[in-house]
Ligand binder design. Sequence first.
Ligand code: 13P
Ligand code: ZN
Length: 272
Amino acid sequence: MFNHHPPFLRTMAKTSHDMWTKGWAEANGGNLSLRLSPDELKGESGMEPKNDWQPLSAPLPNLSGAWFLVSGTGRHLRNIALFPEKNTGLIELDAAGANWRTRWGFEPTGRPTSELEAHLQTHAVIRETSQDVDHAVIHTHTPHLIALTYALANLDSAKLTKLLWQMHAECIVGFPQGIEFLPWMMAGTTAIADATAAAMRRRKLAIWQFHGVVGVGRNLDAAFGLIDMAEKAAQIWFLAMSAGGVQTRLTDAQLLAIARNFKVTPDPLILA
Ligand code: 13P
Ligand code: ZN
């Protein structure tokens, strides 16, 4: 058992509290995970396995032996800072990356988030695509991004990305890879996990229609910041719409100029 709060627990507490204050985390809405390095766990003791190995839907070999701090299913993110040992837990994967078990937390008898498959599959992808830089995955219920998926018909990744880039000049710099639009799927399923992980091969953000958003980054701050930026762009769109409609917006030429200035390459299928 931790007799202190190591930095990874403190950043989880801070980020989940920020998600609550932003209005993104009603009841048990949303979940977070952080891949930990062996160094971060050095000196921690009292972490005997708390359950038998549980199978994943498919092995994730590049997560062999990896440890994660994960929020618990049914837990309220706003309570993580108060009782981290109840509302979060540490899990490890076996040598094949095929099974997981709890090593700390989820007290007294909890489990990791119901979106564990989406988190772990996404970690497997981003570990590879970022050359081991990206360690954090956040899923959350951002109201303006969700509302966009109700307000606009026939959305796709290109339309959604372009709209967000146009409504907030930071967005093309923050997520030049764009945001993936995933049509509604049942929460907590292997299908939504597969689709999310596949999207993260080319992007750092994905929107789940009528449900929420997933963002990744090198740490929880980075993932949170990306989601916050996209959510703000959606909010600006609603503000403009409620003030009479979007009368003007950043042009393609202006967007390309911003991208050039900040040395980012937008997804060429969305803007070239
Ligand atoms: P959990 O409580 O299982 O994390 O589920 C919350 C959620 O947002 C599901 O999509
Ligand atoms: Zn959710």
